[in-house]
Design a protein around this ligand. Structure first.
Ligand SMILES: Cc1cc2nc3c(=O)[nH]c(=O)nc-3n(C[C@H](O)[C@H](O)[C@H](O)COP(=O)(O)OP(=O)(O)OC[C@H]3O[C@@H](n4cnc5c(N)ncnc54)[C@H](O)[C@@H]3O)c2cc1C
Length: 484
């Protein structure tokens, strides 16, 4: 008899789980039927692409990192290889707002670590004091304590306060829309922990990493970030096309209960009841907590401890001949000590020229985050007005946009606080048999990590169901006999 798996949440993690579970079932000869329940009217979760005339506007993620290979591999596996596009690395500079002015990150920076001497020492981004302090990284002894620490602590220790304020906070904590003072280093930048342990210095480790990358001669077509020509929604579309599951859109799971037979019963908001042999919750941690409040209260409390913050993206399109500022980079980031109300702004039509027609410009500003969450509640006109004011102050742009799109992301960014990985270990240990938690709340927020988690969850579900199947067809005595 077929075994039934219900996946709750049709974001990238839920979709990847469904896709890989289907593959596992085929490979292992398991008879599994799948139901995927998604609250919204469309699949994709945070992945939302809006094709607005000749602009390709991403509401949530705009690309994925290729050093973590899982998203890239999945795109290729789904036949999307010729849809992949890389960044325009001819103009890959990033600017940082410093004392109200945009200043270029020096060439040769690997994330925030200088690997080339001259561009770094001649840059006007950091003071002399800060540069000298960053140089001390070569001599400061590595930390031996294996306990987790905050990103801020780590950067202050190795590179100093100014490197934290001007570089690490907007560039690294910014990726996680998080406060560096509480952000877990081990959960977000484990590579830095490893580099310090191995090389005793970030600078030495990054220079070595650069040499290895050069020696390996990376495929020139694979840039650090990649995306799909028609937007990341193409990945969602390809997954939806490939997955053989009953997909229930516009439907919310409202209750979850364990059954005496060892399975689960899920109540949907259209009053339908689903019976499942296994359940995957690919929902935000606070949604999973609500669903598990009665079945697994201790687990629910742990899930509640994962905090979220809200953000909004505001995309503006312009005619290039009315646009007053050069766009020779991927955009700029805003350190928290600056007066500006933006977190960052991507110069989308430079980073991915295919996102806008020739003769037009597309920008995307980020608003909200841990210090200015209230701004997300502004209405569309107010948010667009705010972004325009900021762009006027920072870039001198007064041109009138021909396009404006606002996307609000309430409680969207999970905060990986110090000790996060221990918390996730505890969460996984508390999950009842046959129930799985996956997605951006746990072991990586980026799309590649969500794909990997979906793949790992699918393998775990398949193992569980294979075991269930054996124990169901063989009475327990026979099992003992077999084990002998
Ligand atoms: C503005 C923004 C920009 C980002 N940029 C990037 C980027 O450039 N690159 C990158 O790699 N990552 C980026 N990220 C992060 C990445 O997009 C997300 O971490 C990832 O898409 C989350 O996937 P997920 O499947 O875990 O969760 P989600 O996409 O949140 O999916 C969860 C799904 O569960 C559904 N759901 C919730 N409750 C219920 C219920 N009760 N019943 C049924 N369904 C329910 C939701 O509707 C949702 O579809 C960005 C995130 C944001 C917000």
């Amino acid at each position: 008899m077929s075994q039934h798996v219900v996946i709750v949440g049709g974001g990238i993690a839920g979709l990847a789980t469904a896709y890989f579970l289907q593959k596992e079932a085929t490979a292992q000869g398991l008879d599994i039927t799948l139901t995927l329940v998604e609250r919204e009217a469309q699949l994709g979760g945070k992945i939302v692409t809006d094709i607005a005339g000749e602009f390709v506007v991403e509401g949530g993620p705009d690309s994925f990192i290729t050093q973590k290979p899982w998203a890239l591999q999945l795109c290729r596996e789904l036949g999307l290889a010729d849809r992949l596009i890389g960044t325009n690395d001819m103009q890959r500079s990033v600017y940082v707002l410093r004392n109200g002015r945009l200043r270029k990150m020096p060439d040769g920076m690997l994330l925030i670590v200088p690997t080339r001497f001259m561009p770094f020492v001649t840059s006007d981004l950091l003071s002399w004091r800060a540069k000298l302090r960053m140089g001390l990284d070569l001599f400061i002894r590595p930390r031996r304590d294996p306990a987790d620490e905050s990103l801020a602590n780590f950067i202050r220790r190795r590179l100093g306060q100014e490197a934290l304020d001007v570089l690490a906070e907007p560039m690294m904590a910014g990726i996680h829309v998080a406060d560096p003072e509480t952000l877990s280093l081990q959960a977000t930048f484990p590579r830095f922990v490893e580099i310090e342990r191995r090389y005793g210095s970030l600078t030495r480790g990054m220079i070595a990493a650069r040499r290895v990358a050069r020696a390996n001669g990376r495929d020139a077509r694979t840039t650090t970030f990649m995306t799909l020509r028609g937007g990341l929604q193409e990945l969602v579309g390809a997954l939806a096309h490939t997955i053989r599951a009953e997909i229930r859109l516009g439907t919310r799971v409202t209750r979850l209960a364990a059954t005496p037979a060892g399975g689960y019963r899920l109540l949907l908001d259209d009053s339908v009841m689903l019976e499942a042999d296994a359940v995957v919750l690919a929902t935000p941690a606070y949604v999973s907590a609500d669903l598990l409040r009665h079945t697994a209260p201790e687990l629910a409390t742990k899930l509640d401890a994962i905090r979220y913050v809200s953000t909004a993206t505001v995309s503006l399109g312009y005619n290039a001949d009315e646009f007053e500022h050069p766009l020779d980079g991927f955009g700029f980031v805003v350190p928290r000590h600056e007066q500006a109300r933006l977190l960052a702004c991507t110069w989308t039509s430079t980073k991915f020229p295919q996102r806008a027609a020739p003769g037009t410009v597309l920008l995307r500003a980020f608003v909200g985050g841990p210090r200015r969450e209230g701004l997300v509640a502004l209405d569309d006109d107010a948010l667009v007005g705010l972004v325009r004011e900021e762009l006027r102050a920072i870039m001198g742009v007064s041109a009138r946009p021909t396009l404006a799109r606002v996307f609000r992301w309430h409680r969207s960014n999970p905060q990986y606080e110090v000790g996060h990985l221990d918390r996730v270990d505890e969460i996984e240990a508390l999950a009842p048999t046959g129930l799985y938690l996956t997605g951006s709340a746990y072991r990586g927020v980026g799309i590649p990590d969500c794909v990997r988690q979906g793949q790992e969850t699918a393998a775990a579900v398949a193992r569980y169901l294979a075991g269930q199947y054996v124990s169901r067809i063989l009475p327990s005595e026979d099992m003992t006999h077999h084990a002998d």
